[in-house]
Design a protein around this ligand. Structure first.
Ligand code: NAG
Ligand code: NAG
Ligand code: NAG
Ligand code: NAG
Length: 432
């Protein structure tokens, strides 16, 4: 790997240090992000030219594969040397050159970026040892003059060789004027690596772009439930009061069910409701566009006031859906198997929370070994007023799923563990 490492400059908590959230261990933290440049001289030159401004780098997404902890750093502000990185349980991925934009650190100045990674919010590792990257293609998104540097695209890497397997730029029909792609979920099993689907929520355009690996094709799916709820668009994090109109943000997948498809649980960021639809609808453009498919989308229910969530992920073994809690500085959960018929404030739990260390939970992932990983990044403060470089600002937490949910409303029922996994059954929907 000749890439630059994203260095854990301040490993404040490499050893176990229990957060007051109680159930999650803080495994990594940073005051500011720093990167491993090829040489110390290259780093100094990047600082001198403004290509690297430490205070403008904030992490947003994470994913884990073996001893690599992927950490994304979107180009919200100028001076981000590399958007896609990893920490050796942080290096530029696959290397620094791919992450360098024209005009930054002596990169090519031709203005075309076909082989560059522009700005990544979140990534996903699949069961076929691939890394799926959604590149938003935009920089300086904090400014009104958000710059589109390249079309949004999907990149898929072979994690065993670090080779780019595929790059797919979204087509004109996939993208709307206000589109913003900050997340990706991958639907595949070890037996269907060549028939994988990626679902990419469009939080600005209120749709989902579906990509089929086998057909190397994409299409856009529309539905009312992909929009934000105007009554749930207010946020307060670390005393910063702000409004968001982010629509469909995150999708989490159930295990494969009897009919060969999964339930896709989804929500808008500015909403307290959770919805679901079968992947049967998403995977076929013709079916997705049938008028009657409107009714294939179900309202699960609301978690209650102040429960707006950004990222989510589902643990297939226990059926527990984990989601970030932006207004409550923590992590929420719901058991999609034992509480399949009952979605509401009483069946959702705030499983970890800390007003200081968990301020702005930006991502959560369940890894292949049954661990939950969560990243907090003080995003509201980072974007609004900037962060104090003398404070710890970014943290990675980890917990075993079983330990995390034990004794909570999300815990597995004894009967559930004995009988093994039962796929969720049909639900009633207020809308059907
Ligand atoms: C992480 O560090 C260890 C020990 O220094 C090394 O053996 C391993 O190859 C590194 N892994 C990555 C992914 O760089
Ligand atoms: C997939 O389609 C894109 C055009 O949208 C093309 O550039 C690329 O080469 C195709 N990849 C494969 C593997 O067919
Ligand atoms: C999509 O569904 C339609 C209608 O059921 C079917 O005719 C078509 O073959 C399906 N397409 C694919 C690619 O499976
Ligand atoms: C965390 O902050 C919320 C809202 O700002 C407040 O209601 C709650 O009491 C705080 N929790 C603790 C433990 O301080």
């Amino acid at each position: 790997m000749n890439g630059a490492a994203l260095l854990a400059v301040t490993l404040a908590g490499l050893q176990a240090c229990l957060a007051t959230g109680g159930r999650m261990e803080e495994v990594l933290s940073w005051k500011q992000l720093d990167f491993q440049f090829p040489t110390a001289g290259a780093r100094e030159a990047a600082i001198a030219s403004g290509d690297f401004v430490a205070a403008n780098n904030g992490p947003q997404g994470l994913a884990v594969w073996r001893d690599k902890l992927f950490v994304t750093v979107p180009r919200w502000k100028s001076g981000v040397p590399s958007t896609l990185n990893y920490v050796n349980i942080t290096h530029a991925y696959p290397d620094l050159a791919t992450n360098t934009l024209p005009g930054e650190i002596g990169g090519p100045k031709d203005g075309t970026l076909p082989h560059k990674i522009v700005s990544v919010y979140r990534v996903r590792v699949d069961v076929c040892d691939r890394l799926w990257v959604i590149d938003s293609g935009r920089t300086d998104t904090k400014d009104d003059a958000s710059r589109v540097r390249a079309p949004a695209k999907l990149l898929v890497y072979d994690l065993r060789t670090d080779k780019l397997l595929r790059q797919y730029a979204f087509k004109a029909g996939d993208v709307k004027e206000d589109s913003f792609f900050a997340n990706v979920v991958v639907d595949t099993t070890p037996q269907t690596c060549d028939d994988a689907y990626a679902y990419v929520p469009d939080l600005g355009g209120f749709g989902v772009v579906v990509y089929s690996w086998r057909h190397n094709a994409s299409w856009r799916v529309k539905h009312h439930f992909f929009h934000f709820d105007p009554l749930s668009g207010s946020f307060n994090v670390e005393g910063i009061d702000y409004r968001s109109t982010d629509g469909v943000f995150s999708i989490a997948l159930s295990p494969v069910q009897g009919d060969g498809y999964r339930s896709a649980y989804f929500h808008a960021l500015s909403s307290t409701h959770e919805f679901l639809v079968s992947t049967r609808v998403l995977q076929n453009k013709t079916i997705a566009e049938l008028p009657e498919s409107y009714y294939a989308y179900k309202v699960l229910g609301s978690r209650g006031p102040n429960t707006q969530a950004s990222a989510s992920d589902l643990d297939e073994k226990t059926g527990v859906l984990f989601y970030t809690q932006i207004n409550r500085n923590g992590l929420g959960c719901w058991n999609s198997i034992s509480k399949a018929e009952d979605y509401g404030p009483d069946t959702n739990a705030l499983i970890a929370s800390d007003n200081v260390t968990m301020a702005y939970e930006s991502d959560v992932k369940v890894d292949a070994d049954g661990n939950v990983w969560m990243l907090s990044n003080r995003l509201a403060a980072f974007l609004e007023r900037g962060l104090d470089k003398n404070e710890v600002n970014f943290r990675v937490f980890k917990a075993n799923v079983g330990d995390l949910i034990k004794g909570s409303v999300c815990d597995v029922l004894p009967a559930q563990s004995a009988a093994g996994l039962q796929p969720p059954t049909k639900r009633n929907s207020p809308n059907s």
